[in-house]
Design a protein around this ligand. Structure first.
Ligand code: ADP
Ligand code: MG
Length: 268
């Protein structure tokens, strides 16, 4: 079974890309097969994974426009990253308008994944910082949404519209979509605001908040300029340890869900 995660929050700079790249690498480190799909025109997940964004012959744009199959657009990242990638770059900015003219414009990504889904245990989609057609495609293709939340000022602002969007996509486009979890990022225990935000999240969303907290850690900010996930760049850093812990928590949550799901077999 493949799980497709969309990493989404329409705010910029909350840790979506950092979480996408490092969760992909951490799940790959547990020997899971992982595909990272960059669907943000900034292409930061592509470069953070060690791939030159102008190098691949095909990017996610070609896939969305039906000009390449997903399989043709998959590029292999540097060996130590351990996961596959579909790249994005600035050309994707035009996709919003181009998609409007196409059939089933909300389902372009979901449909493109069909042929390659089974090759992977996890597919992680790094969404752009807006609730545009690219994000709609991501949520329509996903099983589960991970929402990174920066534990700082205005963290909760915009969360309601994100939750409403997720709810609307569930009811109109993708009934299986659910919230995998809210992820506290850039947490600084010395900052009382970090604690306040964290407490507010827990009182609002309860166990939908991942127990793993991603601390503010300079290694996480440095790793992309080395084109490597943090577990390669500095495996002992607090950033590396926290994303490995998140991967562990996600794996455990899935096992719990699987073992408590009602049996498909009718009783004898
Ligand atoms: P988004 O994709 O939501 O826009 P990014 O993942 O690109 O956010 O993060 C925004 C900036 O913050 C980047 O410069 C990134 O390196 C840095 N950053 C992200 N998470 C952390 C962290 N836990 N500690 C320190 N810096 C971080
Ligand atoms: Mg980003």
């Amino acid at each position: 079974m493949t799980t497709v995660f969309a990493i989404a929050n329409q705010k910029g700079g909350v840790g979506k890309t950092t979480s996408s790249v490092n969760l992909a690498a951490s799940l790959a480190a547990t020997r899971k097969k992982v595909l990272l799909v960059d669907i943000d025109p900034q292409g930061n997940a592509t470069s953070g994974a060690g791939v030159d964004k102008h190098e691949p012959e095909y990017t996610i744009l070609d896939v969305l426009l039906g000009e390449a199959d997903m399989a043709e657009a998959i590029v292999i990242t540097p060996e130590e990253s351990g996961f596959d990638l579909v790249a994005a770059n600035g050309d994707l900015t035009a996709a919003e308008v181009q998609l409007l003219e196409l059939d089933s414009k909300e389902y372009r990504l979901r449909d493109a994944l069909v042929g390659i889904r089974d090759r992977y245990d996890y597919i992680i989609i790094d969404c752009p910082p807006s609730l545009n057609m690219l994000t709609v495609n991501s949520l329509a293709a996903a099983d589960s949404v991970i929402v990174p939340i920066q534990c700082e000022y205005y963290a909760l602002e915009g969360l309601t519209s994100l939750m409403n969007t997720i709810e609307k996509i569930r009811s109109v486009l993708n009934p299986k979509l659910h919230i995998g979890g809210l992820l506290r990022t850039m947490y600084d225990p010395r900052n009382s605001l970090s604690n306040d935000v964290s407490n507010q999240l827990i009182s609002h969303f309860g166990d939908k908040v991942y127990r793993t907290i991603i601390p503010r850690n300079v290694r996480l900010a440095e790793a992309p300029s080395h084109g490597a996930p943090v577990i390669t760049y500095d495996p002992k850093s607090r950033g590396a340890v926290s994303y490995l812990a998140l991967a562990g928590e996600i794996l455990r949550r899935e096992q719990t869900v699987a073992s408590t799901a009602p049996s498909q077999q009718p009783p004898e």
